[in-house]
Ligand binder design. Structure first.
Ligand code: UDX
Length: 465
């Protein structure tokens, strides 16, 4: 198939390269001149593991090319829209989708389909349906199927998420004869038959995407509230959720307590859901609580830095370990690190940060004046009064904490991701402050009496002297 993908950001570029790897002929359309030139020169505008080689192979094999606009007469079978819809102020904007449609709708051959992969506000669907139908009618040609195919890719594993999806959701915004659905099915020809291919109404597909992200965000805020209960009752949240996760109705994932969720998706989608509901006179108290619990985590982290630094941040040096919103990405969008650095500086601290992802350094420096970005973990930690682990990069997990204790003025670390072993950090001569964790306990492995129904290893906790 010949497929045009509009927007070469995270979603568009991963989709384009993935589709090219399945043998489709893919045209990546990018209007931003600098981004287009970088792509043509073989440089990726984003960091995503495995993407660079997938793009290079697609280009080398002649399956992928980049253009600034889709000229008429290209004979594309599918036009995918994957442009950003954030307005930069916590809201949605539909204008980028509308401008793509102006370029696409008049030029599509009969039989081709439009597939939207950008995140859409659900309330926009009726207007979108009308807009496309009106634009198409104005050309005097037959109707064009309009589909939505939400993406569920995670940054850091986006390439494998695209190539090996756990489900494909296809929403029919306007597809009375099922032709658009057939196009999407052919587009995913390389996906095994066993992968669920779920066809539904456009509204359902949009809410299936939103619902998945709201649920993940809810799990994280749930774990964070549970962590506070654990602190109140002297329990360790990692043991508690570890035990809960064995219940397959609950599952172990997305229950990690700490400074909460960041990134381009989860925070934005929770905030927008709450905001739009309020505008419509409806209330979403659960999602409002998810949002406020998450916001509070970042300030709670700063309070813990303050406590660890002796009750004040005035004149103290805070070493921030990590800036990106999670490991294996260079993305700083809605990264907790930036809120934390800003609040710590407002409280009088000097903030020195290190992140293993080099591009993050440049962008953070321009995003937050006053934030000092250094080139090594040692440069951040040397003479610091307190360290804050913000992103659980492997480099930080593997630190020699006895050595870190020597570098620092006050050897204390606040673990914003509950990623460190508290007892190992303590044994190295550092103070450890996590979220809902108990320190100074020793996990004792005991084997229950041999019995067929009772032969598992059980972990019991005992207070250390
Ligand atoms: C998310 C969705 O997972 C993905 O399906 C969707 O397509 C895009 O949005 P992403 O933004 O890449 O993906 O990040 P994700 O891995 O979901 O993590 C989001 C945030 O939650 C990160 O800041 C992460 O550190 C945090 N998180 C995750 C927790 O705080 N606790 C957890 O247990 C899991």
């Amino acid at each position: 198939m010949r497929i045009a993908v509009f927007g070469m950001g995270y979603v568009g570029l991963v989709s384009a390269a993935g589709l090219a790897s399945w043998g489709h002929e893919v045209i990546g359309v990018e209007v931003a001149r600098a981004r287009l030139e970088a792509l043509r020169a073989g440089r990726l505008p984003i960091y995503e593991p495995g993407l660079s080689s997938l793009v290079a192979t697609g280009v080398a094999e002649g399956h992928l090319r980049f253009v600034s606009e889709l000229k008429p007469g290209q004979g594309v079978d599918i036009a995918i829209i994957a442009v950003g819809t954030h307005d930069g102020d916590g809201g949605w904007q539909t204008q980028p989708i509308e401008s793509c449609l102006s370029a696409i709708v008049p030029n599509l051959d009969d039989g081709a389909a439009i597939v939207i992969r950008s995140t859409l506000p659900p309330a926009f669907l009726p207007a979108l349906r009308t807009l496309v139908a009106a634009k198409r009618a104005a050309t005097g040609r037959g109707p064009v199927p309009l589909m939505v195919n939400p993406e569920f890719t995670k940054e850091g594993t986006a390439v494998s998420d695209f190539l090996h999806p756990d489900r494909i959701v296809v929403g029919q915004i306007d597809d009375p004869a099922g032709l658009g659905t057939q196009c999407v099915r052919e587009m995913y020809h390389a996906i095994p038959e066993t992968t669920p291919f779920l066809v539904m109404a456009g509204e359902d597909a949009v809410l299936a995407k939103l619902g998945a992200n709201l649920f993940l965000a809810t799990k994280i805020s749930f774990a964070n509230e549970l962590a506070l209960l654990c602190e109140a009752y002297g329990a360790d949240v990692t043991s508690v959720v570890g035990a809960m996760g064995h219940d397959d109705r609950i599952g172990p994932k997305f229950l990690k307590a700490g400074i909460g969720f960041g990134g381009s998706c989860l925070p934005h989608q929770v905030t927008m859901t709450v905001r739009e509901a309020r505008l419509d006179g409806r209330s979403t108290p659960l999602f409002a609580a998810v949002e406020s619990i998450n916001d509070q985590r970042r300030y709670d982290f700063v309070d813990r830095l303050r406590d660890a630094a002796g009750g004040t941040l005035e004149g103290r040096t805070v070493a921030l370990l990590g800036l990106t919103f999670k490991p294996n990405t260079d993305d700083l969008r809605d990264a907790p690190s930036l809120t934390i650095a800003e609040a710590a500086m407002a409280a009088g601290a000097r903030v020195v940060a290190y992140d293993p992802m080099a591009p993050a350094r440049i962008r953070a420096a321009s995003l937050l004046p006053g934030l000092e970005i250094v080139d090594s973990v040692e440069a951040a930690l040397r003479d610091a009064d307190v360290a804050g682990l913000v992103t659980e990069w492997p480099e930080f997990i593997g630190l020699d904490w006895a050595e870190v204790a020597e570098w620092m003025r006050i050897p204390a670390v606040v673990d914003g991701r509950n990623a460190l072993d508290p007892d190992a950090v303590l044994a190295a001569g550092m103070s450890y402050i996590g979220f809902g964790r108990q320190v100074g306990r020793v996990a004792v492995a005991t084997t229950r009496r041999a019995a067929p129904w009772n032969d598992q290893l059980e972990w019991a906790s005992a207070a250390a002297d």
